[in-house]
Design a protein around this ligand. Structure first.
Ligand SMILES: Nc1ncnc2c1ncn2[C@@H]1O[C@H](COP(=O)(O)OP(=O)(O)OP(=O)(O)O)[C@@H](O)[C@H]1O
Ligand SMILES: [Mg+2]
Length: 602
């Protein structure tokens, strides 16, 4: 009991915010309801009609019993009509309920669709770093639960909570009129206690429900992460290790569910006890009256029917309150995603990029992913329109980061990046990104066909354009050897094609995009030298009409660049043409020497 009280105290502040979240949720739902005014109104009419039929049923039952019991002469006549009426009422109750659900289902599903889409779009508008920090499995669960919560709230607030409260009041009035106010009082007292008890215990249980949800989320994320790393797990024979970690999460989940269930036992049995007590008291009263002759048998039957009818949805009310509580939390989680402002977004007065030749200029750029760990330091270099500039440097020097900054995946800490003299932070993201085609260092493909993956760059492209891109990326040979040609599926994240094939698909799709600025980040690192030479030639052909930035480890692939920028620890230490840099006898010359030696010895 002590534990219970302290737990309830802890949830005290959240109670107030819960009322606010409920209000917030209702406010969120309102526009969706209003979009379908006619349907909602019809559904409400069905609801009222069904309730009236429900309330008439026990009365019809009473009349039937009394007619039989009274042994009147017209015995056969009256009950036939009443029995038929009873059946009709029963049918109306169920049928109207179904019609109501069918009418309202469309409203809920449409709201789910709209909200689901809104969240999905919003997730895509959030910056890269958000996605690198979050676990995809967790997010998709949040969305799933949130949209389900939405549908639950809409259905149950409208069609369960409010109508049940109205029914209670109606039954109280009927009891007062047909029996005596004492009956109504006992019934109302029981219902009041019941609601109070349900709310109180549910508040207490909430912590357990949350813990179970949390455990469910982490378990799921872990399973997804582990399965995504299937190959890695095998490389290190770590199946047992993975299973142990997963089982650890499952154990937490099991514990959380256990507490959850035990507290549910407390709730359900308490509710059942309250109902049983109320029914006993009322039946006791009624039976004494029947014995005293002040109440007919039909009256007793009617009372019983009303109580059964009333407590049935009330029994449900406990469940509904719990679920609404949960639905509000789930919806809040999902809406929480929506309130997160994208940190990379168009400025209010963002301009469209106008491309003159695609000249790129990094001006004193400094950047760090995390504070205290600088990646780029006061970095400046230029790529004139139509030029090909190479960036070389050790692993981790910040080369790929340059490409990410150009694409504005992150904001700079200092300095500016200009394209044709326009500061990219002042441009619309879509105009900026339309102008740049990137072949990333690690290409991830969609789980669809080779052709679809290439078409992704430009869905409206003609077949001839795609074929040309396939030819230029030297994919033709590979594709024509496949039984299903370019319709071959590439597997999840493109794992069913080789690294070099994947790179060539990425090159083809960058070519198809046809952007004025091209960025190749180690685009040929997985290719053999023959294929590499062929691709380099193709890249040269493409690049001749474009501005291009080429990041490379193998210096032999970039000797023809108009300029080579040598990066070390996020600074430019040398730049010039291949010949100039060799003549300088600096870092580049040293790297060149080293790679030449390696080539000879291999
Ligand atoms: N999202 C991130 N958050 C924090 N640090 C990061 C992130 N991405 C990269 N880094 C760090 O920034 C530094 C530069 O990374 P970058 O990917 O630009 O290197 P790189 O020059 O392309 O190296 P490589 O030749 O190996 O591809 C590295 O030390 C890396 O660990
Ligand atoms: Mg890199």
């Amino acid at each position: 009991m002590r534990g219970m009280r302290s737990a309830a105290k802890q949830t005290e502040p959240s109670k107030r915010s819960y009322a606010m979240s409920l209000r917030q949720s209702v406010l969120t739902l309102w526009p969706y309801l209003m979009a379908f005014k006619g349907r909602v109104l019809l559904a409400l009419l069905c609801l009222v009609a069904a309730k009236v039929a429900t309330l008439l049923m026990p009365w019809a039952l009473k009349e039937i019993v009394d007619a039989v019991d009274g042994q009147r002469q017209q015995l056969l006549m009256i009950p036939v009509g009443l029995v038929v009426l009873y059946g009709l009422l029963r049918f109306a109750m169920v049928f109207l309920g179904e019609v109501r659900d069918a009418l309202f289902g469309r409203v809920t599903e449409h709201a789910m669709r709209q909200l689901g889409l809104k969240v999905f779009e919003h997730l895509h508008s959030l910056e890269l770093s958000f996605h690198l920090d979050r676990q995809t499995g967790g997010i998709s669960r949040d969305i799933e639960r949130g949209t389900n919560g939405l549908s639950f709230l809409m259905r149950f607030l409208m069609f369960n909570i409010v109508p049940t409260l109205l029914e209670i009041l109606a039954v109280a009035v009927i009891f007062s009129l047909l029996f005596s106010p004492v009956y109504a009082l006992i019934m109302l007292l029981a219902v009041g206690l019941y609601i109070f008890f349900t709310v109180f215990i549910t508040e207490w249980r909430n912590a357990f429900i949350r813990a179970a949800n949390q455990a469910d989320n982490t378990t799921n994320s872990r399973a997804v992460d582990s399965l995504l790393n299937y190959e890695t797990v095998k490389y290190f024979n770590n199946e047992q290790h993975e299973a142990r970690i997963y089982d650890g999460f499952l154990a937490t989940w099991e514990q959380a569910r256990l507490k959850n269930r035990l507290s549910l036992l407390v709730l359900n049995s308490g509710q059942a006890l309250l109902i049983a007590l109320a029914m006993t008291a009322l039946m006791w009263l009624a039976v004494t009256e029947v014995v005293a002759g002040t109440l007919s048998i039909g009256g007793l039957v009617m009372l019983n029917a009303y109580l059964l009818q009333l407590f049935m949805p009330l029994n449900f009310l406990g469940f509904v309150y719990r679920e609404i509580r949960r639905a509000v939390t789930d919806l809040e989680n999902m809406l929480g995603l929506l309130t997160r402002k994208p940190s990379i977004a168009d400025k209010a007065d963002a301009a469209e990029l106008t491309i003159a030749g695609g000249a790129i200029c990094f001006q004193r750029v400094s950047f760090a992913y995390q504070q205290g760990r600088p990646v780029l330091n006061d970095l400046s270099f230029e790529v004139s329109a139509g030029q090909k500039v190479a960036i070389v440097g050790a692993s981790g020097a910040g080369k790929s980061s340059i490409a990410r900054l150009l694409y504005r995946f992150y904001e700079l800490n200092a300095g500016q990046i200009l394209i044709d003299g326009q500061d990219i932070s002042q441009l619309t993201l879509s105009s900026l990104r339309r102008a740049i085609a990137i072949v990333p260092q690690d290409t991830v493909l969609f789980n669809s066909s080779i052709r679809d993956n290439i078409l992704y760059a430009k869905p409206a492209a003609s077949a001839a354009e795609v074929d040309k891109a396939i030819d230029m990326a030297h994919l033709r040979d590979f594709v024509s050897r496949l039984p299903e040609g370019d319709q071959t599926l590439v597997g999840e994240r493109g794992l069913k094609v080789s690294g070099g094939e994947k790179q060539r698909i990425a090159i083809a799709r960058a070519i198809l995009k046809g952007a004025p600025i091209l960025v190749f980040d180690e685009a040929t690192s997985s290719l053999d030298s023959l294929a590499e030479q062929a691709i380099l030639k193709a890249m040269r052909d493409v690049a001749s009409q474009h501005t291009s930035l080429v990041i490379a480890h193998r210096l032999s692939t970039i000797t023809d660049a108009d300029r080579i920028v040598v990066l070390q620890h996020g600074r430019v230490i040398e730049q010039g043409t291949h010949q100039q840099l060799l003549a300088q006898q600096g870092e580049y010359a040293r790297m060149w020497q080293q790679q030449a030696q390696q080539k000879e010895s291999s």
